[in-house]
Design a binder for this molecule. Structure first.
Ligand code: SF4
Ligand code: SF4
Length: 56
């Protein structure tokens, strides 16, 4: 399981420094690597647009 960033990401960059496993990659829309995400939720807590959520 991993957290997922949806298409409404505004690429603000707030989440990337919060990830303890460096699982977030920047881009037009930021992306979380499911191989290394440990489901800690730190990124979701700081995202101003609420576009990060646990995978179903
Ligand atoms: S849930 Fe935690 S490990 Fe996964 S991308 Fe967010 S901050 Fe990184
Ligand atoms: S904090 Fe939220 S809106 Fe900002 S880059 Fe990360 S996922 Fe996108």
């Amino acid at each position: 399981m991993a957290y997922i960033i949806n298409d409404d990401c505004i690429a603000c960059g707030t989440c990337i420094d919060e990830c303890p496993t460096a699982s977030i990659t920047e881009g037009e829309i930021y992306v979380i690597s499911p191989e290394t995400c440990i489901d800690c939720g730190a990124c979701a807590d700081v995202c101003p647009t609420g576009v990060i959520a646990p995978a179903e």
